[in-house]
Structure formats: C-alpha cells, structure tokens
Design a protein around this ligand. Sequence first.
Ligand code: CO
Ligand code: CO
Ligand code: CO
Length: 300
Amino acid sequence: MLPGIPRLKDPNVIVGFETSDDAGVYRLSPECALVQTVDFFTPIVDDPYTFGAIAAANALSDVYAMGGRPLTALSILCYPGAGDLEELAEILKGGAEKMIEAGCVVLGGHSVNDDEIKFGYAVTGVVRPERVWTNAGARPGDVLVLTKPIGTGVVTTALKRGLARDEDVAAAVASMLKLNKSDADAHGCTDITGFGLLGHAREMALASGVTLEIDSAAIELLPGALEYAAQGALPAGLKNNREFVSCAVRFAQDLRPEVEALLYDPQTSGGLLLSVAPEGAAGRVIGRVTERGESPIRVL
Ligand code: CO
Ligand code: CO
Ligand code: CO
C-alpha cells in the first residue's frame, strides 16, 4: 500500500496492511472475526471453464491462508462488450462450481466493459479470532510445510510459448484447481502466489522476526518445470521477484540455475506455506524456523 493514504484506526482490526498478510481480519465479537480478500486476473489457460475455476480457487485461497472458512463471494468481471457470451458463461460456470465445492455462496457481482478479460472474486469468510494464521505467527522450532508443488508460472509460460507437453499442463492445472482448505494446527501461514516461494517466505520471516531455513531438495516441483526453466520459459514476474527478494536470501550452496529460478516463480493458486510445531506436521516438510540469523531466509 502507498504511504499517505488515510486510514481509520479501529481496535477490532486484527490483521490490516502492516504485515502483508493474505487477507484482512476484523473482529465482530470475541468468538468471531470476518476474513476479507479480493483477487482477479487475466486468463492463464485457454479453456474458459478452467480459467473460471482457477480464479475461484485462487480467490478462496487467501481466506484459507488465514485459517478461515469462506462463506460468501462477489464476482468481479471485466469483459469485452463484443465478447463471446458462451465463453463468458463457461468462465462463470467454472467459478460457480468451484465455489460450490468450497461451500461458499456467490451472492452477486459486478462487471465492466473492458477489452482485456479479467475475472475473480471478493471473498468473505469467518475465523475464530484466536485461531487466525498470520504471517507473524512463525516460531523458532516450527517446521515449514508446503501443500502444493511449485512451477505454475514456468509451466504456463512454456504453454504460451508452445513448449509445454499436454500432461505437464494438465498437472499444473490440477494443482491450481485444488482448494487450499486445511485443518492444520498452524502458528503462521501464507499462500504462495505472485511473489513466489521465497517472496512469500520473506514476508513471513520479516513479520515473525525469524529466519526460514528452506531445504531446496525437499521442495516438490511440477512435472516439466525444471526442463522448461532450463529452456528459458521464465515469466517476467520471476525476474522482478528475484530482484526484490534476493537480498533477503542466503544460499548455503550454489544451486542449479533452474532450481534457483523456480524458488522465485510466481504461482497462481499456489499452496499454503504453514509454520507448524514438528509433532503437528502433516504433509511435505520443506524446512524449519530458527531464531533470526544473518538473513531472513537461508536456502540449503
Ligand atoms: Co495470499
Ligand atoms: Co491475494
Ligand atoms: Co495468513
């Protein structure tokens, strides 16, 4: 957020702008808080139904990343006035079915005439105030669990360049369609989206005042991602992420360039990065939390 924008001070704000969290959280009562977020983007796959469903899974993710349960959503649509109405119906249908899967009611929405298609949702959920998973909750001694493989940015870039095999695209799409619903008992959490694994890890490390130690060999990669990265199918956002984030990262060893690149790969509807007590860890452990060392992130 830009500085100098006035803001109302309200003691019921549990999570606001300060910690770069996934969603805002507002206390309604001692037992219940609202979780609110909005996300929309341009098509990342050709199939309109699949695009709508991914947009919904991605928008819901920020509620799950706060430990919340999504309740209601409003759709946001930018669509050309002369655009194909059958394709539009498919986008909305894909989004609606994913929302039903999540148990989230679409109450309405808003559309504007725009030459470039964009679609997504504003999602509202609820969470118990003492159970909010913020970026600031990671504690030394925790382990880090990542719930999805990474590489959607590289695979979709390879798709646009005609390099990607169908089965690799299908695996990336299946991953993006997966809801981030989690019943983990986490201390802190973020979902991995546009800033890539290391970008979102950096936000968590800074907000929690800890170092995140990430074992690069433990990270699951989407099929084909390494190969396409080695072929140079790197999204523009990857380079921006590396420029912005790399000063917060120390590498214990020289990684293969394509492995290093994927750590910065912007994800669409990526997984949750959960900071949990070792005894409560379910899923793929990719690292651990330590007291703050010389840098916010250490990659092994
Ligand atoms: Co997020
Ligand atoms: Co978001
Ligand atoms: Co969170």
